[in-house]
Write a protein that binds this ligand. Structure first.
Ligand SMILES: NC(=O)c1ccc[n+]([C@@H]2O[C@H](COP(=O)([O-])OP(=O)(O)OC[C@H]3O[C@@H](n4cnc5c(N)ncnc54)[C@H](OP(=O)(O)O)[C@@H]3O)[C@@H](O)[C@H]2O)c1
Length: 331
């Protein structure tokens, strides 16, 4: 399969792994996209592949078989984080465009290597960080630019989830990068998105699980060159919370459900200033459909993915910085 496409035929996609996120969000988005056709799902377990294939009207294949197929233009990779580097590289070397789950890889060197490999081959490689594709973040940006809370002084973001079953891949050191790469990535990426690329990590605390040594939670202090601070928390031993909050010179702006709003959710922005409280309800938006559209557009037009590659690289470097600077506490 060549790297470029004519516009008429659907973009034929394969899925590497019958993952929960593929079932709940990405296969529905791929199947619903007018210019995209999910052609095959690969699994280590044929029965699981059959269940996914029946639900989404596609075929089944083994992992290697899927990559070798000339009937597939692009692959979606929702494998556990530590397997991304290997399978994204294999997919690119097989000539496929790749939509890869976050984190693109577990370290900045690998991430840079894969982004270069894709560029050299004229292939699209997009990390599936979906929330910046949701309209609500564009609304937040506009309101901040309009000075609704004055000048932004501090930012806080959180992504925390309740404890997961013991058999969840996030407890397995052989395949999971732990909660920093899985959940911590979101508030860090949100700080990059809203505060800009000159963000640097000042300090962090990472809590590790005794026995596995995996990060289960943490808190990060970062700041921009202008001194805007970012207080970022994450973990998988909490109640569920995804939020962004901006403290400005004249008020506060808060967004709940900042990272994982379902497609029918109408986001609510809260603005507080002295003597003024306001809730603004925004329209619903489907960030996963938007990612698929952006991916398809990049493949068809060859116009690239905007600044997505640069953001993936910056994100990977910041996460590596967190690991390097963090105080580690094992419990
Ligand atoms: N973008 C988002 O909003 C979002 C949300 C949630 C998760 N994610 C990301 O998506 C990825 C998958 O997360 P998930 O929660 O969907 O995980 P999951 O349900 O555990 O799915 C991972 C899949 O990888 C396949 N796999 C292949 N080799 C494996 C191995 N050695 N061990 C375990 N699984 C293996 C399995 O499919 P087979 O058994 O069929 O081979 C498994 O179903 C992660 O990178 C995560 O960070 C992204």
């Amino acid at each position: 399969m060549e790297a470029s496409h004519t516009t008429e035929r659907p973009l034929r996609c394969g899925v590497l792994g019958c993952a929960d996120i593929a079932w709940r969000r990405m296969l529905p988005a791929l199947a619903a996209a007018p210019g995209v056709e999910p052609v095959a799902v690969a699994s280590r377990d044929p029965a699981r592949a059959e269940r996914f294939a029946a639900a989404f009207g596609c075929g089944t294949a083994g992992y290697e078989e899927l990559l070798a197929s000339s009937g597939i233009d692009a692959v979606y990779v929702p494998l556990p984080p530590l397997l991304h580097a290997e399978w994204v590289e294999r997919a690119l070397r097989a000539g496929k465009h790749v939509l890869a789950e976050k984190p693109l890889t577990h370290d900045p060197e690998h991430t840079g290597h894969l982004l270069r490999l894709a560029a050299e081959r004229g292939l699209v490689l997009l990390e599936n960080v979906a929330f910046p594709h949701h309209d609500q973040h564009a609304s937040v940006r506009k309101m901040l630019a309009d000075g609704v809370i004055g000048e932004v002084r501090d930012f806080a973001a959180a992504f925390t989830i309740p404890p997961l079953p013991e058999d969840n891949m996030r407890h397995r050191p052989d395949v999971s990068g732990g909660a920093l790469l899985d959940m911590g990535l979101y508030p860090v990426r949100a700080a990059l998105h809203h505060l800009g690329p000159d963000l640097r990590v000042l300090h962090a605390v990472l809590r590790l699980r005794a026995g596995t040594g995996l990060v289960v939670a943490g808190r990060i202090l970062a700041c921009t060159a202008a001194g805007v601070t970012a207080d970022l928390s994450f973990g998988m031993e909490h109640s569920y919370r995804t939020s962004c909050e901006f403290a400005g010179s004249t008020g506060r702006l808060t967004l709940d459900r900042a990272f994982t709003p379902p497609p029918d959710h109408r986001p609510v922005l809260r603005v507080e200033r002295q003597d003024h409280r306001e809730e603004i309800t925004l329209r619903a938006d489907d960030q996963f459909a938007n990612v698929v559209r952006a991916f398809e557009r990049a493949v068809r037009t060859g116009s690239g993915t905007g600044d997505a590659s640069e953001s993936s690289l910056r994100l990977a470097r910041l996460l590596a910085d967190v690991e390097q600077k963090a105080v580690l506490i094992t419990r």
